[in-house]
Design a protein around this ligand. Structure first.
Ligand code: CP
Length: 332
């Protein structure tokens, strides 16, 4: 694996290899000394041209735990704010010694453009590009789901997939790179995915995605999900009105207290109680109520912790060009 740009580029074998490597990294992270000298002498640049808490900090932690030198770069305070181009920025970073560029960019397709440009030799890891893709978020979500499934079934997670799981993704699908990357990865790993959203928050062409679409959250939640992934309403990407009011959104699309209680009481989930997932940051009181956000079923912090292991695996694999990931299976 030379770069990680999107989960849609991964074969099943590659996705499982990342998750299995992340299991080994999780074992490192469970030790008192959370260190593995896999990237000694390598330099990882975190190039974040859009805001981030979880992704930026966990990539930094991941690189440091692997002994890499880490350079953190954000648009604010840099020459990007003076108008320096992406090409000149990344060539400057490589001249300083970057071996991998972990990039978050506001523009969909920016990571793929960088990887294909020939501007730099560095490995490129997409940390979120516009509304397009967020592959490491989807990988950490799959890792979290796989852990719960394996624990429930009393087996080791390594080598297993998500066959038989049903994941409902709810809300602002239109602006969500998390939803896009998850639909591809979860279905690649055998899960069934339902998208529940108002028509205004679904993208053109969603009917061709490998997921069922419903305009009723209550109908989706009654279909025995193993996990309900609540998406953040991305107000910063909404130029116009996509729903009448915040109150109306919460009533129809929010995991409000009544809906959360119904979800936790119903039977049929493969797990005993469905998980509540959220990529963060959460809009409490809008797409998710405090009761659900603070419940034991909520995996949001577990997802964050797993993100460090998954990002360690990704950095290890792209920078060490693991031969296990070399063969490219033909994608259907
Ligand atoms: N989930 C996620 O991408 O969060 P951040 O924007 O805080 O990195």
């Amino acid at each position: 694996m030379r770069h990680l740009l999107d989960t849609a580029d991964l074969t099943r074998a590659e996705a499982l290899a990342v998750l299995d490597t992340a299991e080994e990294m999780a074992a490192v992270n469970a030790r008192e000394v959370k260190k593995l000298p896999s990237l000694r002498g390598r330099t990882v640049v975190n190039l974040f041209l859009e805001d981030s808490t979880r992704t930026r900090i966990s990539f930094e932690a991941a690189a440091k735990r692997l002994f890499a030198d880490v350079i953190n770069f954000s648009a604010k305070g840099s020459s990007v704010s003076k108008g320096e181009s992406l090409k000149d920025t990344v060539q400057t970073l490589e001249a300083i010694g970057a071996d991998a560029i972990v990039m978050r960019h506001w523009s969909s397709g920016a990571a793929a453009q960088l990887a294909a440009s020939g501007w730099v030799d560095s490995a490129v890891v997409n940390a979120g590009d516009g509304t397009h893709a967020h592959p490491t978020q989807a990988l950490l979500d799959a890792f979290t789901l796989r852990h719960h499934l394996a624990a429930h079934d009393g087996v080791a997670p390594t080598g297993t997939d998500l066959t038989g799981m049903h994941v409902v993704i709810v809300g602002d699908i239109l602006h969500s790179r998390v939803a896009r990357s998850n639909v591809w990865l979860l279905t690649l790993l055998g899960a069934r995915v339902t998208l529940a959203a108002p028509p205004t928050l679904l993208p053109v062409g969603v009917a061709s995605w490998p997921a069922r679409v419903t305009y009723s959250l209550d109908e989706a939640l009654a279909d025995a999900p193993d996990a309900v992934m609540m998406l953040r309403v991305q107000a910063e990407r909404m130029g116009g009105a996509y729903f009448p009011s915040a109150g109306e959104y919460t009533r129809l699309w929010g995991l409000n207290p009544a809906r959360f209680e119904r979800l936790t009481r119903q039977s049929g989930s493969r797990l005993d109680t469905p998980l509540v997932m959220h990529p963060g940051p959460m809009n409490r009181g809008l797409e998710i109520c405090d009761t659900a956000a603070d419940s034991p079923q909520n995996t949001v912090l577990e997802q964050v912790a797993n993100g460090v292991s998954v990002r360690m695996a990704v950095l290890h694999l792209v920078l060490n060009q693991d031969p296990a990931l070399a063969p490219q299976e033909a994608r259907p």
